[in-house]
Design a protein around this ligand. Structure first.
Ligand code: CA
Length: 220
């Protein structure tokens, strides 16, 4: 796992906790070295602070997600910063606002990893909805034969929607099933990821059912 954080005490605390959980951890202290380390080492998960020297966590997130989908847990300084990032749909899979407990951090990391493993293990190998083809084993998506790069969370959300085409899935249920969040708060995270899916796969794919949730439209 790669921990990207320029505040030494936070970086060390996070690394120590994750090592105690049995993970191999490295630390990068700025944007450029984080991207370099990601490319050479290929970690399974990235814990990423927003405010960094060089370039910020948003830019790091864009660059690494462009290379290869990886779960990203973003660390933010304030709740309003989290809200802003959720709205921007930068491609992070989860957010943790400082100050956070190391227990909370470890719990979020495990949830993220379980989601990726579960998605890789279950379900039919390929789901096809209209001209969208989803290969679950390789976690790749093609639209009209052209590969579309999705983040791990975007991929999981698409698989959930595609598993029941045309069914209206409430936002709270998607939040529970895809993100593993039991409480209803955070449904805007769902909206943000739907927005990203529409941007990447076309606006016509996912229908909004106002006040309820979303449904994947199977094109005839
Ligand atoms: Ca920082």
């Amino acid at each position: 796992m790669l921990v990207v954080e320029d505040e030494r005490t936070i970086a060390e605390s996070v690394a120590t906790r994750l090592r105690a959980e049995g993970f191999t951890v490295e630390i990068a202290g700025d944007g450029p070295s984080a991207v370099d380390r990601f490319r050479t080492w290929q970690p399974d998960l990235v814990v990423l602070d927003v405010m960094l020297p060089g370039f910020d966590g948003l830019e790091v997130c864009r660059r690494i997600q462009g290379d290869r989908p990886v779960p990203v847990l973003m660390l933010t300084a304030r709740d309003d910063e989290t809200d802003l990032l959720v709205g921007l749909a930068v491609g992070a899979d989860d957010y943790l606002t400082k100050p956070f407990s190391m227990r909370e951090l470890a719990a979020r990391v495990h949830v993220l990893l379980r989601r990726v493993e579960r998605a890789a293990a279950g379900g039919p190998a390929t789901l096809t909805v209209g001209d969208v083809e989803i290969n679950q084993a390789e976690r790749r998506v093609l639209r009209d034969g052209v590969e579309v790069h999705l983040t791990p969370t975007e991929f999981d959300l698409l698989v959930h929607l595609a598993g029941r085409p045309r069914a209206v899935l409430p936002r709270e249920r998607l939040l529970a099933d895809v993100w593993g969040w039991a409480e209803g708060a955070g449904t805007r995270t769902v909206d943000s990821h739907v927005k990203a899916l529409r941007r990447k796969l076309g606006a016509d794919l996912i229908r909004t059912v106002h006040g309820v949730g979303y449904a994947l439209e199977a094109q005839p």
